[in-house]
Design a protein around this ligand. Sequence first.
Ligand code: NAP
Length: 250
Amino acid sequence: MRLENKVALISGGARGMGAVEAQLFVNEGAKVVIGDILEDEGRRTEAQINESGGECIFVRLDVTSEASWQQAVAATVARFGKLDVLVNNAGIFRTEGVLETSEELWDQVMEINAKGVFLGTKHAIPEMRKAGGGSIVNISSVAGLTGGPGSAAYRASKGAVRLFTKATAIQYAADGIRANSVHPGIIETDMTTPNLLVDETARQRSAARHPLGRVGQPQDVAYGVLYLASDESSFVTGSELVIDGGLTAQ
Ligand code: NAP
């Protein structure tokens, strides 16, 4: 088992990629805490994972709140004794370009996507130090690597995650704490079905942007996150794992 004896906290784990990662982590022997603002979906995901024979708990977590992170980390340690892996996965997607972006929208995207990653990292590191090391996996995006039409605040937030990850990696390498970012292309989740995958035409247009000729599935990303969470990646820190069907290789 690739995550035997590991304890992981996954933000935004109620649904989408975070929920798939939670199930995969449990399948690989981890004990998992999923934190999300979506309480009903979080409880459902918790029950499904436990029915599969895993050990998972849901905690209410608003990643924009420092107090909420403190409670989530404390709940993790209270239940499972330590924290080895943090996946900063919670995020929101907004398509507006620069001129269409209000100050409120900018602040909302940066609060969840960028400040949320900072706060999670800040409160996970002391527990990881106690555990003798750890792995932080930050979900950025191809939008954190390249420019493009629209999504001005989203791109800025995901670019911030990319470099914050490297800062974390350098500052805590001596503690045995690794930090890496993951950069998915378009993945089929509730985040993309209302916009980039809204109908067959949009789906085909999105698929065609990826040289492999399809959009990604949550499992495509989850296997990369599993690698970075596990000791298999013990010499990998400050790196960027691009999972995009070749989108940014062009
Ligand atoms: P998703 O299905 O919308 O899941 C994200 C989860 O995060 C949702 O449950 C969401 O709840 C939650 N969340 C939002 N704000 C939160 C907060 N303040 N505190 C705690 N949880 C919060 O999206 P996904 O596609 O799985 O995305 C996961 C991550 O991958 C995100 O960071 C996203 O930016 C990134 N990503 C996605 C794609 C893609 O194509 N899907 C591509 C590249 C990167 P709400 O529904 O209430 O917002």
